[in-house]
Design a protein around this ligand. Structure first.
Ligand SMILES: Cc1cc2nc3c(=O)[nH]c(=O)nc-3n(C[C@H](O)[C@H](O)[C@H](O)COP(=O)(O)OP(=O)(O)OC[C@H]3O[C@@H](n4cnc5c(N)ncnc54)[C@H](O)[C@@H]3O)c2cc1C
Length: 476
């Protein structure tokens, strides 16, 4: 960025403009291997200031990368070379809670865990609970259409988004969606924002739906028999309508061994595990739900007595700790995020294991079994050619089985090349048209999500589809 552009930036916006090398270094990447060199980090003060920032970026054709907690896993919030990062992490106010109509109005930088904590006294909660909830923001959750273990029962962020106030790439301020309980006034544009990865507008306010907090949440750990069908298990648990099941998670033997080391518990050390959460309004209901779940499990061959955590949060904390231990043990690696229809889970798992053998690479698998959503991990350096080959095989396997290349993390930079194969060219043309209307100069998060059909003016350097021109994407 030239001196004149920077001085215009400083006079155009009211928020802080940071350009020191250590500050910029903090915003280069997210939790993926993708990185770029931003030239400034701006924290807009309010929606008018966000509007001023967008107008400045349009004037100079400089890319803007919106950022919340920076916990994305595919480069969604990594900087582009020469970009300005729009930092929303300070926008953390809970603006309003409507306890009768069950919604909350929030600033986009509010951290998911903080929102949950603020809602608890009202007996309410926001269902999407990604594993990154201690750092991920509601703006980021919307940007990636995040899910979490409880999406088994409650669905992804998209299902809980009611209204978005945003500044489009044109500089227009818009409010999409409604707080009315239902409406049939054409397609609901607010949905375009869920999963849009900061490519359509800067979100300045979000209204999300809330759910009543159940009185009890119990965690169960169930060892699984070797060779049992995960497809059959997932289908059976999905079809149980009256068990209060809110999470159905799977971890394979390798990952389960790490969990067991974290805390000695009474399950076999060499078995894959099912981690379940059951919600209920009182003890009697909880007991009935647990018995029903045990019957359902037994019907598909999982008859080992479950280990019960009377407070499910203890189980999720334990699983989080085992994740950290796995990180330490396996180091940087390829982590994927695919989903298939429940009936194809066994085929997917077999193929994922085979890909590990072909590499060859140490492999472990965990995921949201109840939704056919899995995170295969391969211990190869993300920058190596082997990493690119593995990613390509994993995504192809998911598509070949009628699944998706991204269950919950998004497309970012790393999966741009695969999007057309999943959506088809007509769908991509429609998304292109939306992008052109919202961001005609291509200044909003260029190189993310969309293949490079959108005219980008001079915004940013010219990223190649593998993300190598503007940002470093080692294993794209
Ligand atoms: C340890 C770990 C566990 C995880 N577990 C899960 C999980 O269980 N489920 C899951 O779905 N994901 C998970 N993730 C991925 C990630 O945390 C989520 O995608 C999360 O929603 C990102 O939130 P964030 O605030 O960090 O967003 P960021 O990474 O900052 O941004 C995400 C996207 O949203 C856009 N964005 C952010 N703020 C705005 C705004 N104000 N206006 C417009 N666009 C904006 C960004 O440009 C970017 O494209 C995990 C990540 C890690 C590191």
């Amino acid at each position: 960025m030239e001196g004149t552009e920077l001085s215009d930036l400083r006079t155009s916006v009211r928020g802080s403009v940071r350009t020191s090398a250590p500050e910029l270094a903090r915003y280069r990447g997210d939790q993926s291997p993708v990185e770029g060199s931003p030239c400034a980090v701006v924290a807009p003060t309010d929606a008018e200031d966000a509007e001023r920032l967008v107008r400045w970026a349009r004037r100079h054709r400089i890319p803007l990368v919106a950022r919340g907690g920076g916990s994305s896993l595919d480069g969604e919030s990594a900087a582009r070379d020469g970009s300005v990062v729009a930092d929303f992490s300070g926008w953390s106010r809970l603006l309003e809670v409507n306890t009768e109509e069950l919604w909350a109005r929030v600033e986009p930088g509010l951290v998911n865990r903080d929102l949950q904590g603020r809602l608890r006294p009202h007996g309410l909660f926001f269902p999407p609970n990604p594993g990154s909830w201690t750092v991920a923001t509601i703006g980021g959750n919307v940007g990636t259409n995040a899910s979490g273990p409880r999406s088994f029962r409650y669905g992804p962020t998209r299902a809980w988004l009611r209204e978005v106030e945003a500044v489009l790439g044109t500089g227009e301020r818009v409010r999409f969606g409604t707080r009315v309980a239902k409406r049939s006034a054409g397609p609901e544009l607010v949905e375009l924002f869920a999963g849009s990865e900061g490519t359509l507008g800067l979100a300045t306010e979000l209204t999300v739906r809330l759910a009543p907090l159940p009185a009890r949440r119990e965690g169960l750990v169930v060892p699984l028999p070797r060779g049992g069908s995960l497809s059959a298990m997932a289908r059976r648990l999905r079809s149980e309508r009256s068990t209060g099941l809110s999470a159905v998670e799977y971890i394979d033997r390798a990952a389960a061994a790490v969990l067991s080391e974290e805390r000695a518990l009474d399950w076999p050390s060499d078995a894959p595990l099912l981690l379940l959460e059951i919600e209920a309004n009182d003890e009697g209901e909880l007991r009935r739900h647990r018995e029903a779940v045990e019957r359902a499990l037994s019907a598909v061959g999982a008859s080992h007595a479950p280990t019960v955590f009377s407070d499910a949060d203890e189980l999720w904390t334990l699983r989080g700790a085992s994740g950290v231990a796995l990180d330490e043990r396996m180091g940087r690696r390829v982590r994927e995020d695919v989903a298939v229809p429940l009936g194809r889970i066994d085929d997917l798992v077999a193929r994922l294991e085979e890909i590990g053998r072909e590499a060859p690479a140490p492999f472990f698998l965990y995921g949201h079994l109840g939704e056919g959503s899995f995170h295969p991990n391969y211990a190869v350096p993300p920058g190596s050619p082997a990493a690119g080959t593995i990613r390509s095989k994993v995504l192809s396997a998911a598509l070949d089985l009628g699944g998706t290349i991204s269950a919950e993390h998004g497309i970012g930079v790393l999966k741009v090349d695969y999007l057309e194969r999943e959506l088809g060219s007509v769908a991509l043309d429609l998304l292109d048209a939306v992008k052109r209307r919202c961001d005609p100069d291509g200044i909003l998060n260029p190189g993310k999500l969309y293949p490079y059909r959108v005219p980008r003016g001079d915004a940013g350097s010219s990223p190649s589809p593998s993300g190598s021109g503007g940002s470093r994407a080692p294993d794209g």
